[in-house]
Ligand binder design. Structure first.
Ligand SMILES: [Zn+2]
Length: 367
């Protein structure tokens, strides 16, 4: 039974019986927002659904006997992702990093932070993909790296994707995923999305399946429609920039529904539950951040869900953000102990789209 063909209508019908949850699932309140933030995003503060740490829709589906299965009978999955915003950090970033190294008498770190300014772009401390992959490999994990493929950005020039041909090849050859980190101006512009996708695919020499927009800019349901038209398999933008948790009450991947057109959208959403910046900015201490993270992981495990994490690649190798790297290690350790399936968005998309993961045992023969 293929999830897209059989199970989704059943899932929609089940959810429609509970109006509030249907509105949460479809993000109805985002169709006519009263107010958006300065980046045009719908803010958590304005949502009528404040109970964001509980995946209400996933809970309801489980209570209605929708089952999920994972390879190797794993209880839940962790979708590990990295937005690649920085390769060549701006000067103030380098100064901060260098000072932090000097203060800690970390001379090797200091050298790494400044030497690329002297010896050239190849030595940038944020060409760190191999180290991130090595770390993940220790836990049998895989992940997704989302790269920018545009020169247009709201703050400054970031990097040319053409400079990273070797890195892209290494990531691909090791079986990790390269996805598109759609530019600041892409989320509502199909031509721009296609331009960036083509540019990345040309460098990668492979079709790109996964997407997340820079700054989490997103318009419900239009961005999904555009991504589906552009040929993406999945998106993982749907999380709030100012709050961790489950934006549409789902801790599972799902096929979005277009309320305006009254139909399913042909793309899988793997909703992002925790972004490193958001986590560290919303709680005061490392201990509280870790506690909150473990609470969310435990919740997702309870519902046999997928928890999607976004740890920026510049959170690694960064002296003034080193707590984020330490936290990432702890998360991998914690999830490995819980025997989670830790993998990339692409692998989850492949699994989801080729098996009927929402197997409702009472109704599975109806198709
Ligand atoms: Zn970004």
């Amino acid at each position: 039974m293929v999830l897209r063909e059989i199970a989704m209508p059943l899932l929609y019908d089940t959810l429609r019986q509970h109006e509030e949850l249907w509105e949460l699932y479809t993000r109805k309140e985002e169709y006519f927002p009263q107010q958006l933030d300065k980046h045009g995003r719908f803010p958590y503060a304005l949502s009528i659904f404040q109970n964001i740490l509980e995946p209400m829709v996933s809970k309801y589906l489980r209570d209605n006997r929708f089952d999920i299965e994972y390879p190797g009978n794993k209880q839940f999955a962790v979708c590990l992702t990295h937005d690649v915003d920085e390769i060549y950090p701006p000067l103030n970033h380098t100064v901060l990093s260098s000072l932090k190294c000097l203060k800690g008498l970390n001379f090797r770190g200091f050298k790494r932070q400044v030497s690329w300014k002297v010896h050239g772009k190849e030595k940038s401390p944020y060409r760190n993909f191999k180290a991130i992959m090595d770390l993940e490999e220790e836990y049998g994990a895989r992940s997704s790296f989302y790269f920018l493929a545009t020169n247009a950005d709201i703050t400054r020039f970031r990097y040319n994707i053409e400079d990273l041909e070797n890195e892209l090849g290494q990531i691909k050859d090791r079986g990790w995923e390269v996805g598109l980190h759609g530019g600041y101006y892409a989320f509502n512009n199909l031509e721009e999305i296609l331009r960036e996708k083509n540019r990345l695919e040309q460098e990668l020499d492979k079709k790109v399946i996964g997407y997340r927009n820079h700054y989490l800019r997103f318009q419900v349901p239009d961005t999904w429609e555009k991504l589906a038209k552009a040929g993406f398999g999945y998106d993982t933008t749907l999380g709030y920039s100012e709050m961790v948790g489950f934006r549409n009450g789902m801790c599972h991947p799902f096929m979005p529904y277009n309320l305006r057109a009254d139909r399913e959208i042909n793309i899988l959403e793997i909703p992002m539950a925790i972004m490193d910046d958001t986590l560290f900015e919303s709680v005061q201490s490392y201990e509280r951040a870790l506690m909150l993270t473990k609470r969310l992981i435990d919740t997702v495990a309870l519902y046999n869900g997928v928890i999607c994490l976004n740890w920026h690649s510049e959170s690694f190798n960064c002296p003034f953000k080193n707590m984020r790297e330490i936290m990432y290690n702890e998360i991998l350790e914690y999830c490995a102990c819980k025997s989670a399936w830790m993998t990339s968005g692409e692998k989850i998309w492949r699994w989801w789209s080729s098996y009927g993961c929402y197997n409702n045992p009472e109704k599975r023969n109806l198709g």
